[in-house]
Design a binder for this molecule. Structure first.
Ligand SMILES: [Zn+2]
Length: 248
């Protein structure tokens, strides 16, 4: 369904994208011009990365697999190829294997104890986790709808979990208390150097549609992670920003 709000959002995004592209072309090789165009692209991404405006309906993935977007609106692409890599006793995608191992090792050297509690999940596994959470809620006395709604606060619908890409990891005890630990603070300061970003920050809940998850990190590679950190962009904002800069 297309409502007026989403039409306006899409139209606004198109204008912003055209402006950004036109500016990029005009400024050509000029460094200050390029910086200005980047700022405009960033503003366009910030203004438009709102899933509730339907911005991500029919979203076309960027060709860089490290930037694959999976959220409430965008399912895991059917063509997604998962490349298994074993770390601790969890399986993650091979593309992050080396950086993840190095990050765990360097953390340990600095007295930080980090472990991978959850990496890759198949769609079936995601379904099983959701079913289990609903069952527990029902046993605690919730009605059917309430039990599902509550479970979906912390678990994505099967096909919509970033864990199905293999590029997401949950660290340590996977609980809100993790935010107050030394390990969490170390990750906040250092994860980007290894190509990881905290995927669901409290300040970006409106954009991601997910409440703060201090334990959930997403691998995007070192170059993207540095730029996302510098510009304070979450993945939804960053992919729109890359598109505004001409990536496809
Ligand atoms: Zn997670």
């Amino acid at each position: 369904m297309v409502n007026q709000k989403s039409s306006a959002g899409v139209a606004g995004a198109m204008i912003a994208l055209c402006t950004a592209v036109a500016l990029l072309c005009n400024f050509g090789g000029s460094v200050s011009g390029q910086r200005e165009a980047e700022e405009i692209a960033k503003d366009a991404a910030l203004a438009n990365a709102q899933p509730d405006q339907g911005m991500f309906q029919g979203y076309q993935q960027l060709s860089d697999p490290l930037l694959v977007l999976v959220n409430g609106e965008v399912p895991l692409p059917e063509t997604w190829e998962f490349l298994p890599f074993l770390v601790d006793d969890q399986v993650v995608d091979r593309r992050m294997g080396e950086d993840l191992s190095r990050m765990l090792h360097d953390g340990e050297e600095e007295g930080v104890w980090l472990w991978v509690a959850s990496g890759y999940r198949s769609r079936e596994r995601q379904q099983a986790l959701l079913d289990q959470a609903v069952r527990e809620n029902r046993e605690a006395g919730m009605g059917e709808e309430e039990a599902l709604a509550d479970a979906l606060k912390t678990l994505a619908q099967p096909g919509h979990s970033e864990h199905e890409t293999g590029l997401a990891v949950d660290f340590n005890d996977v609980s809100p208390g993790f935010a107050d630990t030394k390990a969490s603070r170390w990750l906040e300061a250092n994860a980007w150097k290894y190509g990881f970003v905290q995927r669901y920050k409290g300040a970006k809940t409106k954009v991601t549609g997910v409440e703060e998850e201090s334990w959930h990190y997403r691998y995007v590679g070192r170059d993207h992670a540095r730029e996302m950190e510098e510009k304070d962009l979450c993945l939804e904002e960053y992919v729109l920003y890359r598109k505004a800069l001409g990536d496809n």
